[in-house]
Design a binder for this molecule. Structure first.
Ligand code: 9YT
Length: 131
């Protein structure tokens, strides 16, 4: 069994910080579970372009308010506490934080630990691993 706390992970390399969001990656590829699990904070008044060509992701909103817009059709979905959105089609999308949002995120295949978005909002399939 593996036991970790968000508080200890936030004080380690598991916390990745970008201009519009930060994410603490509690469970990674090196744990060999077949998925990764992260607690992500989307900063207020931000917009992030994301397109996970190499990954599937499910995103559950714990707190805060925002919206997600799918770029293929321009549909905007409101996000609030209790909302889950599931990127089952590698959807090209814009994620907006209206207030600060806390999200629980699951990735398949799992992230290795150091990924940040490239200029197209993509994570590489293979990245440097954290142990
Ligand atoms: C919702 C989303 O994908 N935000 C970007 C960060 C990502 N959750 C991550 O790397 O943990």
């Amino acid at each position: 069994m593996i036991v970790r706390t968000l508080q200890e992970a936030e004080r380690s390399e598991r916390r990745v910080i970008t201009p519009t969001w930060e994410s603490t990656r509690l469970l990674l590829k090196s744990d060999q579970m077949g998925f990764s699990f992260h607690i992500t904070t989307i900063y207020a008044d931000t917009e992030t372009h994301i397109c996970y060509q190499n990954h599937l992701e499910a995103v559950y909103c714990i707190s805060g308010e925002g919206e997600v817009e799918t770029l293929s059709d321009g549909v905007v979905h409101k996000i609030g506490p209790g909302t889950i959105y599931i990127l089952d089609r590698h959807d090209d999308h814009l994620l907006r934080g209206i207030t600060e949002m806390k999200l629980a995120c699951v990735f398949n295949p799992p992230l290795s630990g150091k990924e940040v978005h490239d200029e197209n909002g993509v994570y590489p399939l293979e990245a440097e691993s954290l142990s």
